[in-house]
Ligand binder design. Structure first.
Ligand code: IVH
Length: 664
């Protein structure tokens, strides 16, 4: 066999193994044998670079770096489905279809997967483009990332149409999601709220090899094209399975309402054993001509409906309540529960939010409580089964002192939370401030995760953010679970952080109410930390977007002696506490004096790039249309409320092309 034929055969063989493993969940060779095959192919491809093929299984781990996502218009808009939570409305849908068609019909029932929807275009059996839903009309081209998902075939088998589109859902299995969040928690990074958000976040990464590492999965459920092999939805997706797509085995063709409801009830229970999230059932008229006859409304097809299951609720015992003190000193009550399985994950803790909620639930230790999982990371308690309460149980009483430092808690007027006011000496507040300081959008000191910060704090090596700059390699390498290499890396990350721009340093300080945007605004107006520290309340509220609450907090921060000392120490360590006047960076002053609002979808630059362009040309960005707005930079599908407001105030719109021409 010649070399090329050998390479091709190996590629085919490995594609087959991938399909068996990722699509059929039925591996046919061991991981070791698989790795050996892949290695063999890699070596051959390296030796014969002339036979490179971007569709080879070796290319799946993703090597190309996408800088920005191109926006692509969908050939057929990605509509949503009409939703219902009621079986009565499912019956109404059935009757409506029956009346309209006035002939026999079948309904295909499928699981409604809860991930990120995707549109895949195949030409001549090859994946050419993968686009997210976006706004339904235009989405992001995430092809490079999608190629890193092993259950999506890059090349097809059998007899497929020369061009077609197939849509489906990208999903992060529960197990992968939990592992990813554990990793993030260790690094002190913010957690993903649920597998759906984690999936969308992953698809937006600029690094396909990280996408590959996160092991996403995909189910396909809808195929569109001019020459599909069959005239029913069911037959077409079964055919797509033969071409290599992952099609759920739960798809079922129902002939009458009884069969539909049997399906709905069966999967209400069974779906909890699936490795991925589902939130309902999708019902679709099977025959494509009947679908066409029923047609579409502006938002959704008349031939389909989604029945959504109620959020899953569990009943379990409240064992105790603990009180967590956050970075800002806010004290959050957490319910510790008897473990209960909910939507695929084990729940042991639930948020109780604040003292008012505890009171309104009249919570007692030992109560049987209802737990629900919404979109948040931590599930919440929604009710108490009072019938199971016995008189000996004690009422949950919110403490009056900080559980960490014993300071008396305070509650601001109009705020639900109690705060520990001891912000500079209460251990979780100190550790939280340090964790915020080193986080990615602040000083970006990688390697200093929550655990390391805790250890350093407990050993007395750091007590505030300035102490970070006195750390030595030996301080770190002697810590448990931290080797010499990690210690070296941390020290070098600390060194690099000295170059982080002033606006990030300002954000990193963790001044209450000074988030990323406010920090940017302050840094622009007060070019050095000395001038900001000297600014009066009146001067601060003069600044755009700085309200009284922020101004008060900034003044109070800089009035404290310990903060002045801290800033002096940061200055001595060499951090950037001022910024050069930005005027030098201006590309032109063509937009000087103009306040511009950006709205809609753009093709030539991203929104963030446009914001930058506006600033580089002397203009000002604003989020809301007002009488002060000079014009709206309007892309496609500008929001209707913005459009109305602009029309009412007579504010002109400038298209993307005209805007770019303006700056030429
Ligand atoms: S069919 C025109 N089938 O639900 C109908 N959608 O609100 C096209 N979804 O955006 C969609 N599972 O992301 C269809 N088995 C399934 C689905 C499904 C989940 C999602 C999809 C869509 C949304 C509709």
């Amino acid at each position: 066999m010649n070399v090329l034929a050998h390479i091709k055969e190996l590629r085919k063989e490995i594609d087959r193994y991938n399909h068996a493993y990722y699509v059929e969940n039925n591996p046919v060779i061991s991981d070791f044998e698989f790795d050996m095959k892949l290695k063999q192919l890699e070596e051959m491809e390296k030796a014969y670079p002339q036979y490179f093929d971007k569709n080879s299984p070796t290319q799946r781990v993703g090597s190309d770096l996408t800088k920005n996502f191109k926006q692509v218009e969908h050939r057929y808009p990605m509509l949503s489905l009409a939703n219902t939570y009621s079986e009565g409305e499912v019956m109404e849908f059935y009757n409506r279809v029956k009346k309209s068609l006035n002939t026999n019909f079948e309904i295909v029932c499928e699981l409604k997967f809860d991930g990120a929807s995707i549109s895949l275009i195949y030409e001549n059996g090859e994946l050419v483009t993968a686009v997210t839903r976006g706004n339904g009309t235009v989405g992001d081209d995430v092809t490079a990332n999608i190629r890193a998902i092993k259950s999506i075939p890059i090349t097809l088998n059998g007899n497929y149409p020369s061009r077609f589109e197939i849509r489906g859902e990208i999903l992060m299995p529960f197990a992968v999601f939990e592992g990813l969040n554990e990793e993030k928690a260790k690094k002190g990074e913010p957690l993903f709220a649920n597998p759906r958000n984690a999936t969308s976040g992953t698809l937006k990464l600029q690094n396909p090899s990280e996408v590959a590492r996160r092991k996403l999965d995909a189910y396909l459920y809808y195929i569109l094209g001019d020459n599909l092999p069959h005239n029913t939805h069911y037959d077409n997706i079964q055919q797509a399975k033969q071409w290599g797509f992952k099609i759920s085995d739960a798809v079922c063709c129902c002939k009458n309402p009884d069969e539909i409801f049997e399906y709905i009830h069966y999967w209400d229970i069974e779906r909890h054993h699936l490795p991925v999230a589902t939130d309902g059932i999708v019902l679709k008229v099977n025959d494509l001509i009947q679908q066409k006859n029923l047609g579409l409304t502006a938002k959704s097809p008349r031939w389909a409906i989604a029945y959504k299951y109620q959020a899953e609720r569990g009943l379990t015992r409240l064992n105790s309540v603990s009180y967590q003190v956050g970075r800002t000193g806010a004290v959050t009550p957490i319910a510790n529960l008897e473990p209960v399985l909910l939507s695929g994950t084990t729940v042991k803790r639930a948020s109780l939010h604040n003292a008012d909620i505890i009171d309104s639930l009249d919570l007692h230790i030992g109560d049987m409580v209802y737990v629900e999982k919404g979109g948040e990371i931590i599930p919440k308690i929604t009710g108490v089964e009072v019938s199971s309460r016995v008189t000996t149980m004690s009422k949950v009483i919110f403490p009056d002192k900080c559980p960490e430092c014993e300071s008396f808690l305070v509650r601001n007027e109009d705020e639900a939370a109690y705060y520990c006011p001891n912000d500079d000496n209460c251990p979780p507040q100190i550790k939280g401030k340090i964790a915020h300081f080193v986080s990615r959008k602040a000083m970006n000191i990688t390697g200093l995760g929550d655990e390391t910060i805790s250890l350093l704090y407990e050993k007395g090596l750091i007590g505030n953010v300035a102490d970070i700059y006195t750390l030595k390699e030996t301080d770190l390498s002697t810590l448990e679970r931290l080797g010499e290499k990690s210690a070296k890396n941390i020290i070098s990350a600390i060194e690099t952080s000295k170059q982080v721009p002033y606006e990030n340093v300002l954000f990193a300080l963790g001044i209450r109410y000074v988030g990323e945007t406010v920090a940017k605004r302050l840094a622009k107006t007060f070019r050095s930390i000395e001038s900001l520290a000297k600014a009066s309340f009146e001067e601060l509220v003069q600044v755009d977007e700085i309200g009284e609450m922020i101004a008060k907090s900034v003044v109070s921060y800089f009035s404290k002696e310990e903060h002045k000392t801290l800033i002096n120490r940061l200055q001595e360590a060499g951090l950037q506490l001022s910024s050069e006047a930005k005027e030098a960076e201006l590309k032109s002053s063509k937009l000087e004096g103009k306040t511009i609002v950006i709205s809609g979808v753009f093709y030539k630059h991203s929104r963030d790039e446009y914001k930058e362009i506006i600033e580089q040309n002397g203009g000002k960005n604003s989020g809301a249309i007002s009488a002060k707005t000079s014009f709206v930079l309007a892309g496609d599908n500008m929001g209707p409320s913005k459009k109305d407001k602009a029309d009412k105030l007579g504010i002109p719109s400038v298209s993307e092309d005209d805007f770019l021409a303006m700056l030429k």
